[in-house]
Write a protein that binds this ligand. Structure first.
Ligand SMILES: [Zn+2]
Ligand SMILES: [Zn+2]
Ligand SMILES: [Zn+2]
Ligand SMILES: [Zn+2]
Ligand SMILES: [Zn+2]
Ligand SMILES: [Zn+2]
Ligand SMILES: [Zn+2]
Length: 469
């Protein structure tokens, strides 16, 4: 509405004075309906005028400044809008408070021009007595009060405190219990009023050591346990030799003294432990030796059992060419077969081979021998040994019908001279007997005696199970 009016007045400048007069005398009735009274007039402010208020600006009804004056047509006197509405209009007998003349309320008007004079009067800030130095026009007072640093406000954090606006920052910085602040130790945020509570549990707050190890020392709460556990010189701890029997307990700082003074005791304890350990170790060694023997024994028996197959043992000799070369070079004299038995409880035997020959076969033949070994059941067997032993060099032709094995057989003669060969073994092993000219070197190369660089030698003892006791 205000802007509309200003546009109108600039368009029709010539009629301005008459129009503003007409504007200023607006009907009270329409005013009370539209209620255009400015807020600063409606507010029941304490107004302090810079100069003493002239009598003409005072309301004859309430003796205060005329707020939005209503002019009576009849006598030209004025009262405030408020007094007009609340007293004159409501009275049965409506009269002017100055001269008691009768009033026609319908002709009473707001005196806008007079109002303009009043609202332009110089006033002081309502907070003048509290120190505000502001002075300005009456109509500016509300605007000023909104920003006046000397007016009372309630704390923006709703803590309930009331103070002059200018003290707000100080209140927030120093006092407000509802202000969120950060803990200077742990950075956690909390209300100022919860500070005490937070300090009780803050994990970073520095505390003195409860053992009072160093009065100048303060340690964050969450590191205190570690200090006591690992570093504090006043913490009581056990001697390092506790586990071997020393029950001394003293503060960490005094322990070195204990180690010095009790060195003899500690050495004694160590010695006892060492002796106990040695006894245990010796016992273990004994057990171990026993076990090794047991294993050897079992191993020999299992070894023998594995080789039994119809009085025959087949011996696989791998890497034939290399072994032959080594034999010719004189590096390896004899190859020994695994041990075998003639039956489950029979003679224990071992075959041997000289690839480059032995005796009459040396350099031209493979020689083959067998010897009788000491066995578990020798006491039950027949001596001297006189069963036929037959050696084969097996032909590995793919077609079994085409195979032609090399065969050499020997029937031992149990005469007294042959006792070292055929008698019950006194040592681990008897002297061996067999064929020095088992097979000629060039014959070995024929047929399929060598296949995959491997030859097979079969030993058959012709005792037909009769060796079994
Ligand atoms: Zn009044
Ligand atoms: Zn009057
Ligand atoms: Zn002020
Ligand atoms: Zn506050
Ligand atoms: Zn904290
Ligand atoms: Zn400490
Ligand atoms: Zn100790």
């Amino acid at each position: 509405m205000g802007s509309q009016r200003s546009v109108q007045s600039s368009k029709s400048k010539g009629k301005q004075s008459r129009n503003s007069m007409a504007d200023s005398l607006t009907s009270v009735r329409s005013q009370s309906m539209g209620s255009p009274m400015p807020n600063f007039l409606k507010a029941k402010l304490k107004v302090i005028f810079v100069y003493p208020l002239e009598k003409k600006y005072e309301c004859p009804s309430c003796d205060e400044v005329l707020r939005y004056p209503v002019l009576f047509e009849e006598c030209g006197h004025r009262v405030c809008s408020h007094c007009f509405e609340s007293e004159i209009k409501r009275a049965d007998n409506r009269r002017c408070p100055v001269d008691r003349g009768k009033i026609d309320v319908d002709s009473a008007r707001i005196d806008k021009a007079f109002n303009q004079e009043i609202i332009a009067l110089e006033v002081k800030c309502s907070n003048h007595e509290w120190g505000c130095k502001w002075e300005g026009e009456y109509q500016q007072i509300l605007e000023h009060l909104e920003n006046c640093e000397y007016g009372d406000i309630l704390c923006v954090n709703d803590c309930g405190a009331k103070f002059q606006k200018r003290f707000l920052q100080k209140h927030l910085d120093k006092d407000c219990p509802k202000k969120i602040i950060a803990c200077s130790y742990c950075d956690e945020r909390h209300l100022r009023e919860d500070k005490k509570e937070h300090i009780q549990e803050c994990s970073k707050i520095p505390l003195p050591c409860p053992n009072k190890c160093d009065k100048t020392l303060s340690i964050p709460r969450d590191e205190l346990d570690k200090h006591i556990e690992e570093n504090c010189p006043k913490t009581k701890i056990n001697c390092d030799y506790e586990s071997i029997g020393c029950d001394h307990r003293c503060s960490r700082e005094k322990l070195p003294k204990h180690y010095k003074s009790d060195i003899i005791n500690h050495v004694k304890l160590i010695y006892e432990i060492a002796m106990q350990n040695k006894q245990r170790l010796d016992k273990h060694d004994e057990n171990l030796a026993e076990h090794v023997n047991m294993i050897k024994d079992v191993d020999r028996r299992v070894g023998d059992l594995e080789k039994i197959a119809h009085n025959a043992m087949i011996w696989r000799i791998e890497c034939y060419n290399r072994k032959m070369q080594e034999s010719k070079a004189g590096n390896t004299e004899t190859l020994f077969s695994p041990t075998f038995t003639t039956s489950k409880h029979g003679y224990r035997l071992c075959a041997s081979v000289c690839l480059n020959g032995d005796g009459k076969g040396k350099g031209s033949h493979i020689s083959i021998f067998v010897s009788i070994l000491k066995g578990a059941y020798d006491g039950l067997l027949k001596w001297p040994f006189d069963y036929r032993v037959t050696f084969f060099l097996l032909d590995q032709n793919d077609d079994p019908n085409e195979r032609k094995h090399v065969r050499f057989s020997i029937k031992p003669n149990p005469c007294p001279e042959n006792e070292p060969f055929l008698g019950r073994p006194r040592l681990e092993k008897n002297a061996s007997f067999g064929g020095a000219k088992f097979v000629r070197h060039e014959d070995v190369e024929t047929r399929k005696y060598i296949k995959d660089d491997t030859i097979f030698i079969k030993v058959v003892v012709d005792c037909d199970g009769m060796s079994e006791p």
